[in-house]
Design a protein around this ligand. Structure first.
Ligand SMILES: Cc1cc2nc3c(=O)[nH]c(=O)nc-3n(C[C@H](O)[C@H](O)[C@H](O)COP(=O)(O)OP(=O)(O)OC[C@H]3O[C@@H](n4cnc5c(N)ncnc54)[C@H](O)[C@@H]3O)c2cc1C
Length: 459
């Protein structure tokens, strides 16, 4: 069989692959782009875009129910799940088509719709064809982890992917996993009208965050009558008639919850087990993540791994940043690296959490002398005016260098306002740049200068 020769092969069209294909193609390279399922990958089809579209529908329902608080008289509120799903499908579908058309329209690029497997360090097989290139970029992403929970194989369950087909209201949705995917789906379905129970193995929700943030989020969700069951150290599942029973404790059988549907949101696994990595000699860690250096090179020269599959990030922005790092190194003589980036993410519940940099716990563990300032959202005029005063904001700075070490804004527009601080952190400028700045009134960002004038030692 003939081998088709390319300058570069890109496996997967997640958040790094398409942009890189476009850059390489612009330079005149002959590029192969391989996608086995949906163009645009997780974010576009089963992750950020559809979930944030659903979050917007859930917010509309929530605000409509609160309309009278604003003096607006609305009729009874009904959520039409078929229309909610249709809106989500339309927005997500547009992005999916956009990525496919973009790839098919690139000069000198060939798009393959099929599963790619390495045959050697330089060759990849797809749909029976053998492709060869000196540069191969892996952007295969991940999928929902299905844990070895006793009884799980006996019950139907949903994941973030199959949730995309749901066009009805589950009577009682049990969500296993209290981190960002579980919490976003939890609040959204509660607002659509389901009963929701979130089951979390650990002692608190969103365990990567500081305790005060976990506690505030717990309270926000409980206020909406979401049931939260933490310390579920041994989770089991069984069917009883048309109910699914999720056990929380393998010793105490009375600790259980009965629902109509179960959603698993307990983490992700990389799509690296069916890629033929062994034939290429590419090394992975014990969880299957591809090992890369600070510039995303694998142990095999000429093969890079970008996005969630390298375990260095789990977000769209980290995957896109991987593309920027790879492109800068290869094409721009700019030695950008992963360790240059500052950890940042948002949790898109309402109100959202925007986070940049280190948690208090990480700051304390680093042994630095640090200062902290914190204020409730009730002291933000704009939040009061909007009638959305839940949450708080806090910033931690280095007592000596005055650099901002970490910040969390749990509150209305916290996912946007956090960038005010993030950009100052990238500039490696002292916090006094923000505390002396004049911000627009009335905005949520407005309180940041005042907040930073009240720094105290971090206890
Ligand atoms: C429910 C949910 C909500 C999320 N919300 C957010 C959010 O709000 N913000 C955020 O930043 N991140 C969010 N994320 C995470 C985000 O979706 C991912 O981090 C992001 O998509 C980056 O993925 P990636 O580029 O690594 O690859 P992916 O987007 O996972 O794409 C990988 C692609 O590779 C293809 N592929 C895999 N194996 C092969 C193969 N052998 N051959 C050919 N093709 C292959 C897959 O079909 C897929 O299309 C969310 C994730 C989930 C699950």
């Amino acid at each position: 069989m003939m081998t088709v020769r390319f300058d570069a092969i890109i496996i997967g069209t997640g958040q790094a692959g398409p942009a890189l294909a476009a850059r390489l193609s612009e330079t005149g390279m002959k590029v192969a782009v391989i996608e086995r399922k949906y163009f645009g990958g997780t974010c576009v089809n089963t992750g950020c875009i559809p979930t944030k579209t659903l979050v917007a529908s859930a917010y509309a329902a929530h605000l409509a129910r609160r309309a009278a608080e604003y003096g607006v008289i609305a009729g009874p509120i009904n959520v039409d799940m078929k229309r909610v799903k249709a809106r989500k499908d339309e927005i997500s579908g547009r992005s999916n088509k956009g990525v496919e058309n973009w790839m098919r329209g690139l000069a000198d690029a060939t798009v393959y719709h099929g599963h790619a497997r390495f045959e050697s360090p330089r060759t990849v097989r797809v749909n029976g064809e053998l492709l060869e290139a000196d540069k191969i970029f892996i952007n295969v992403g991940g999928r929902a982890l299905v844990p070895p929970m006793p009884g799980l194989d006996q019950v139907p369950y949903l994941t973030n992917s199959s949730m995309m087909d749901v066009d009805f209201l589950p009577e009682h949705l049990i969500i296993v996993g209290g981190s960002y995917i579980g919490l976003e789906f939890g609040q959204m379905y509660r607002r659509f009208g389901s009963n929701v129970t979130i089951v979390e193995k650990g002692p608190r929700l969103i365990p990567r965050e500081d305790e005060d943030i976990s506690k505030a989020i717990h309270e926000i969700l409980e206020k909406e009558n979401i049931q939260i069951r933490v310390n579920a150290e041994c989770i089991t599942a069984r069917k009883e008639g048309d109910r699914i029973i999720v056990g929380l404790d393998c010793v105490d059988a009375s600790r259980e919850v009965a629902g109509s549907h179960v959603l698993l949101a307990v983490g992700r696994v990389p799509n690296t087990d069916d890629l033929g990595l062994g034939k290429a000699g590419v090394e992975t860690d014990k969880s299957g993540y591809i090992k890369v250096d600070d510039q995303l090179r694998t142990n095999v020269p000429g093969i890079w791994a970008l996005g969630d599959c390298n375990g260095k990030g789990a977000f769209t922005h980290t995957s896109y940043n991987d593309y920027e790092i790879a492109a800068a190194n290869l094409l721009d003589h700019d030695p950008r690296k992963v360790s240059d980036r500052i950890m940042t993410y948002a949790l898109f519940i309402d109100p959202p959490l925007g986070r940049a940099g280190m948690t208090d716990h990480q700051v304390k563990a680093s042994g630095r002398k640090a200062l902290v300032a914190s204020r409730p959202m009730t002291s933000v005029a704009r939040a009061v005016e909007k009638g959305e005063t839940q949450g708080f904001k806090k910033v931690v700075v280095d007592a000596e260098s005055k650099l901002i070490l970490g910040a969390a804004i749990l509150g209305v527009t916290g996912d946007e306002v956090i960038h005010t601080l993030l950009d100052v952190m990238y500039a490696k400028a002292p916090y006094t740049i923000v505390s002396r700045a004049m911000h627009i009134h009335p905005t949520v960002s407005e309180l940041l200068p005042t907040l930073l004038q009240g720094l105290k030692p971090l206890a």
